[in-house]
Design a protein around this ligand. Structure first.
Ligand code: NAP
Length: 247
């Protein structure tokens, strides 16, 4: 039977009308940056749970999830109404393999996310190991609108701490993109504009790519990377592209 523990909201942050972060206290088990937990609420007599990545690093006291409101979904609109002091349920055992100990040696680490899937990468970037292991880390975040570029303060803090070792690349796909890239991640890989922006080459020799986001993005990005000679990474058959599906 699934074990659940009570979590208490400490702080909430509304990035816009649809994107919310909750910081909370809960007796969670130790986790690795990049992992996810199950979060739940009792709705009409039934406990409804969904996976959410932890945005905080393992050494941080408060846990944090970042999510968008899926209007027709049972859980996220209710989670989005929680205020400091309110409680929800969490499964204390984290899961998932989108973690740095699954990443083989590489010069450059490319972390490419759509939407709320930015969260697990922020957790990874808050750990010292990320900065000890890679010459450069590219963080690509694809959103529809500029107002969905959440966690700008965290990313600015990382930039101040790590300088040119971090290369943050926003993609804005449904409104004028200004100085940012204006097409989806796979299109920008295919056209070379992502490499031009970063000044780095995506090659099987130097790169390891982690993908997180909606399933179509994972598949489309893997396809363009395969054309460049990179292949899916598996424990038994090492490659250069790691990803995790849990939706
Ligand atoms: P989204 O719908 O994926 O949209 C964000 C960006 O993704 C947009 O720029 C969109 O471009 C682009 N996109 C859509 N389809 C694409 C494709 N086939 N190839 C490349 N880019 C594509 O964002 P979201 O609704 O926030 O979804 C994020 C996903 O991450 C969800 O599936 C969620 O389950 C998953 N996730 C969530 C968490 C969490 O803890 N909340 C953690 C990990 C993963 P267009 O404007 O051109 O459509």
């Amino acid at each position: 039977m699934t074990e659940w523990v009570e979590a208490t909201v400490v702080e909430r942050r509304d990035w816009n009308d649809e994107l919310i972060s909750l910081r909370f206290e809960a007796p969670m088990e130790p986790f690795k940056a990049g992992q996810f937990i199950r979060v739940g609420l009792d709705i009409e007599g039934e406990r409804i749970g969904r996976p959410y990545s932890l945005v905080n690093a393992p050494h941080e006291d408060l846990h944090e999830i970042y999510f968008n409101i899926v209007e027709e979904g049972p859980l996220s609109p209710r989670l989005a109404r929680l205020q400091p002091g309110d409680r929800f349920w969490a499964v204390p055992k984290p899961s998932g393999f989108l973690t740095l100990d699954e990443v083989p040696e590489a010069r450059h680490l490319w972390l490419l996310a759509t939407g709320t899937a930015l969260g697990p990468f922020l957790s990874i970037l808050k750990t010292p190991a990320a900065w000890e292991r890679f010459e450069t880390i590219v963080l690509g975040h694809s959103v529809r609108r500029r107002s969905e570029l959440a966690y700008g303060d965290t990313i600015q803090g990382l930039n101040e701490a790590h300088g040119d070792q971090l290369c943050f690349v926003p993609f804005i796909t449904r409104e004028p993109c200004g100085e940012h890239l204006g097409q989806r991640i796979p299109a920008c890989i295919e056209s070379g504009s992502l490499e031009e922006k970063t000044g780095l080459v995506l090659s099987p020799q130097d790169s390891h790519v982690l993908l997180c986001g909606n399933s179509a993005m994972l598949q489309d990005t893997l396809s363009v990377l395969e054309k460049r000679g990179l292949k899916r990474h598996r424990r038994r058959e090492p490659g250069q592209v790691g990803m995790e599906k849990y939706h």
